[in-house]
Write a protein that binds this ligand. Sequence first.
Ligand code: NAD
Length: 339
Amino acid sequence: LAEGTARDVRNPADHRDLVGTVVEATSEHVSAALSHAVAAAPIWQATPVDARADCLARAADLLEAQMHTLMGLIVREAGKSLPNAVAEIREAIDFLRYYSTQIREEFSNDTHRPLGPVVCISPWNFPLAIFMGQVAAALAAGNTVLAKPAEQTPLIAAQAVRILREAGVPAGAVQLLPGDGETVGAALVADHRTRAVMFTGSTEVARLINKQLSQRLDSEGRPIPLIAETGGQNAMIVDSSALAEQVVADVLQSAFDSAGQRCSALRVLCLQDDVAERTLEMLTGAMKELAIGNPDRLSADFGPVIDVEAKRGIDTHVATMREKGRKVTQMPMADSCGA
Ligand code: NAD
């Protein structure tokens, strides 16, 4: 098959830093990968449960052994802070060990019939943990996997797939299809050979996928399952009984860690009138102490947002709030946070 388009992957904290290159999948690759996934399905689903569990457990050990290399990649490709990178790897390890243990205890190939090729579509904000969590769950249950990572983080995903294969998962059982959501993602979802979709990302895309899948049934007349985890608005309500120091620490952590790019990040803070002024004063004071910078420095509390589009979204929101006459508090950026 002809190679797809090669694209540079750059560090969101410093665009001069070329992290690697990704070759994106073409529609021929998508189709060929689905054929491989169909062909590999009987072998992987007939693999004894314990052998599948062993593969996942070995992958967890490999992640642990490669902790330092993976941290470097996560920091450079996803702009995560070092503590966030560690948390990300630990979560991926947890998923692998959890599913490995679950199937050993509760699964039998006779009672738990796999679905077949499962498409896993993941976001960039947890490029290893969510990616691995979806893929591990589908593999544990005996399905073959076609993994479509986010456009921004294909290199971490490639390393995750290498680790799974090194741990013994056959190449046909886990395949990586990097590329655009609207082309590669949509083509995977639309193909009649896809028997389920696991998706984490925006509500808007989840709706599109849901609509697409609702238009067909599998060969036995059953609906195609979609497991979707999406975004939302997270609020914290603080009354006068809360310890202000603790509130401030929790607000900063929840709202700004990972540069606020978590589905669980705090978006709306409601303060009881009696304590509002004092808490806001403390909050603004604490914000001034935060260091934003390249997260490869331990001195940086927070790193960059993922790309120019994300920054534009935030700038537009800030401008809209100002236009509406709302008070906006913004910390100045260090010169090093330019390009
Ligand atoms: P997104 O929906 O744009 O992208 C997510 C994935 O879907 C990417 O891999 C993308 O390529 C793919 N995609 C895009 N269009 C597609 C299409 N038409 N068909 C198939 N695939 C397509 O989301 P995003 O903004 O990049 O990611 C952040 C979102 O993820 C936020 O809304 C966040 O709240 C959410 N999120 C939720 C959780 C959770 O557990 N609930 C966890 C992390 C992130």
